[in-house]
Structures are given as C-alpha cells and as structure tokens.
Design a protein around this ligand. Sequence first.
Ligand SMILES: NC(=O)c1ccc[n+]([C@@H]2O[C@H](COP(=O)([O-])OP(=O)(O)OC[C@H]3O[C@@H](n4cnc5c(N)ncnc54)[C@H](OP(=O)(O)O)[C@@H]3O)[C@@H](O)[C@H]2O)c1
Length: 281
Amino acid sequence: MKRFDGKIAVVTGAGGTLCSKIAIELSLEGVLVYLVGRTEEKLVRTAEKIKEMGGVPAKIFACDVTDRESISALAEQVEAAGGCDFLINGAGGNNAKAMPTITKFDPRELTDQLPEGQKGLYDIDMDAFESVLKINTMGTIIPTMEFARQMIKKGGGSVINFASMNTYCPLTRCFAYAMSKAAVSNLTQSFAAYYAPANVRINAIAPGFMVNERSKAYLGTVEEGLTLRGQQVIDHTPMGRFGEAADLMGCVKWLLDSDASGFVTGITVPVDGGFLTLGGV
Ligand SMILES: NC(=O)c1ccc[n+]([C@@H]2O[C@H](COP(=O)([O-])OP(=O)(O)OC[C@H]3O[C@@H](n4cnc5c(N)ncnc54)[C@H](OP(=O)(O)O)[C@@H]3O)[C@@H](O)[C@H]2O)c1
C-alpha cells in the first residue's frame, strides 16, 4: 500500500518548478493527479516524467485557473473519475511589467526623466499589476470553491495554497505580488474557518527562496555566482542556501495526510531555511 493510494488530486501550476515535483511525488504515492496550467507542453513534460518514474499516469488539463468556466469543465472530469481529495493551488507568480526597477521613489519618475531602462512606480503597467493580483488571489479562490464541493461530498479533503516570504513582510519592488500573497494567507484562514464543518482543511505553504528558471536569472546561483539581490537573500537565510522543490515535500505530504494533520487547518507554514527568523539588521 502506498500512502495515498486511490486518492485524486488537482495540482495547478503543475508545469512549473515546485508543483511539477509535487505532482510527480504524489503520483508515486498512488495519487491520480490532474495536471493544470496554461501551457500544455509543460504539463506534457510533467506527465512524461511521471510515466518514466512509474507513478500513476496523470491527466492533463490546460487552462487558466482564473477562468471559472474552464475550472467547472475540469471539475466535471474530476467528478466523473471519483472526485477531488486534494487540491494544490500552485499556479501563481509575479510579472516584471508590474514592478518598478528602482526601490525608492525618485522625483524624476514624475517627469519621465529617469535614466534609460529605469522604471518607477508611476511607470508600471497597471494591467499587469491587476493580472498578478488576479492569478494569485482568484486563481486560488476559484479552484478551491469548485473542488471543495467534491471534497464535501467525499466527507473531507485538503487544500494547500501557496503563500510567500512576501506574505509576512514585502520585498522591495514586489507590490502586487506581495499584497496578493498576503491575501493568500489571510484567505487560507477565512476559508479554513468556513469549510471546517465539512472537514475540508485549508492550509498554505510559504516557500522561502526556491530555485526556479526565473530565480536563476535574477538571483543567480550559489555555485555560479549570485546577483546583489541573490547575495542579500543568502545573507538573510541562516541555512545559507536557496531551497529546492524537494524541500517542500515533507510539508506537502503532512498537510495532505489526514492521519498526520487532521486537526490542522488555517495555517501558513514557512519552509524557508530560517529566512523569517532574522530581522535584517
Ligand atoms: N519559487 C519560489 O521561490 C517561490 C517562493 C514563494 C512562493 N512561490 C509560489 O509557489 C508557486 C509555484 O512557484 P514556482 O516556483 O513553481 O513557479 P513557476 O515555475 O513559475 O510555476 C508556476 C506555474 O503556474 C502556472 N500559471 C501561472 N499563471 C497561471 C494561470 N493563470 N492559470 C494556470 N496556470 C498558471 C504557470 O504555467 P503557465 O504559464 O503555463 O500557465 C507555471 O508553470 C507560485 O504560486 C509561486 O508564487 C514560489
């Protein structure tokens, strides 16, 4: 018997760095996983890895998680297969167009006189700003409401949301991302309280700085050299390294397993190498 034999999970962001790993590990634990994201090729890559590694063959469903109709169409398929037990709300992220390049107000941004290539708060793309808010918040709320219906019918279930270090204290330049990840943690609490009578547990993980394709570009790597921001992160992380997707797995399995965490709901668990233990001074 595997730990989660016969369970069904929906994993959003399953073509990405962290949730592809989560999807693979769950499939190896006996879970039928629905891989969700906008780009089909990325989902196919995850499904192929699952096949190579001998996990339960996964299903692919390419869609935008903020689109209610698509999520209802997915829910019909999942319901027909037996209904959702676990939901991992991993789809999310930031957008460079929603960020300034400078960290503090500069009067020159009001008169378009910042040096070439620099962007202040007044120069950011407000549509991109709104899309970051939407993916991190509505992209968590819509799947949760839809799949909680199935968990309720099955007598319970577990949802894991993705918060961030920005949930606790915003990093510079990340306005939309930081406020939306703070909202994820707050929503985790309010939804946890709401769904508790139905035995649907809602928790969140707040990863520290984990290696992904984008982080390599803006933080660098310990092995090949860090950017200034990368060095600041490492200096602020007592364990002295970036995290890997594998670092999340113990926490994911614990939060999904009702024998291990059946009385745990509404929490956000930092998995951060100690980042939150330091005040920065
Ligand atoms: N890596 C870190 O250091 C870190 C730290 C804290 C929190 N997090 C959070 O952890 C989660 C996973 O991060 P990650 O590092 O694995 O990021 P990632 O590699 O960029 O994966 C995120 C995935 O989400 C999908 N996605 C984005 N918007 C979507 C939408 N509207 N509908 C459907 N899918 C969408 C993307 O695929 P498509 O573009 O194909 O849709 C992408 O594959 C995110 O919520 C992120 O904010 C990451």
